[in-house]
Write a protein that binds this ligand. Sequence first.
Ligand code: ATP
Length: 363
Amino acid sequence: MTDRIDCAIDVRDAVKRYGSFTALKKISLSIKDNEFFTLLGPSGCGKTTLLRMIAGFETVTEGEIFLYGAEIENLPPFKRPVNTVFQNYALFPHMTVLDNVGFGLEMKGASKTDARKRAGEMLELVQLSQFSDRKPSQLSGGQQQRVALARALAPEPKVLLLDEPLSALDLKLRKAMQIELKHLQRETGITFIFVTHDQEEALTMSDRIAVMSAGELQQLGEAREIYERPRNMFVADFIGETNLLEVSVDKIEEGRAVCHLGGGHELTCNAVDGIGVGSQVHMNIRPERLFMSDTPVEAESLKGIVQDNIFIGTDLSTIVKLSNGVDFIVRTSNSDRGNKRIFEPGSEIYVNMELGAARLLVD
Ligand code: ATP
């Protein structure tokens, strides 16, 4: 037993092996009560496996999982205070929307009247009351997913597991549902554990994100922290667009590292524990932390030539090639463009950094 009552799920050194293949390699993480928590990673990284272990659909090879302080290894799925929403909705086609939502409650022993009352409340919560009598095939994809949500929320689980529930929806609907899901989580106070490979989706909705790769936890933190202070190359590259530069550390003085990026270019950033003089490492700079000018604005302005401008709605993404052949992406917001110039392809310009924009990555 654990005495942390604010902890919904505590995964301790969990390993999952399928024969000789290890899908999860000693994962430890705690998910807080009432948190919107996301497991994020590329296909095959083990996020669904971890979710299925929490739900009880998979056994844990080694390690333990605690749910509100209780070890759950020997609890079958239907006895866990957990419910799952799947990507494919899995609604019963021959039942009405109301019956779909109430069915699980009746299975758990509720009377027909109570089940219908609760189902009605849940449909109100997801704003589908007017569709109670329809069959699932008479609803849009987004509406069907909301029915699946209402059904999963109806028995008042302590934890709701969501396995890529929005991936079958088109982009616009997905974005609307992201906001709706976040509201729903706040309104119900239920702990949500959301699985996705879409980093933007994770950043939009989550209180905290666990970034996974190849069965390992790479970083766990709030969205902003993961975006602004990625722990390693994998996280920096997977979350958002970024410039990852190969640099060698020439000098470290007063907590600052002077780095060389070839072609006579130098950049200074904060020194990092574990990265000494002579190290060959990567430097991470987010494109929106860079800006361009036609004359150098500081000693470390990097001279380059504009290759291309790509209009991406809210931003303009400019590709700049430095004299050492390294390409930089510089993002300028179209809303605060003000008197910032657009530099046409072929222009000789300088790339400048905001203070603290560059970070060295340990691995
Ligand atoms: P996706 O986003 O594609 O669903 P994921 O991160 O959820 O990926 P998992 O489904 O957890 O990945 O799978 C993790 C790894 O474990 C994969 O390499 C997968 O092939 C493997 N795996 C999953 N289930 C089994 C199984 N029953 N037997 C053998 N290997 C499995």
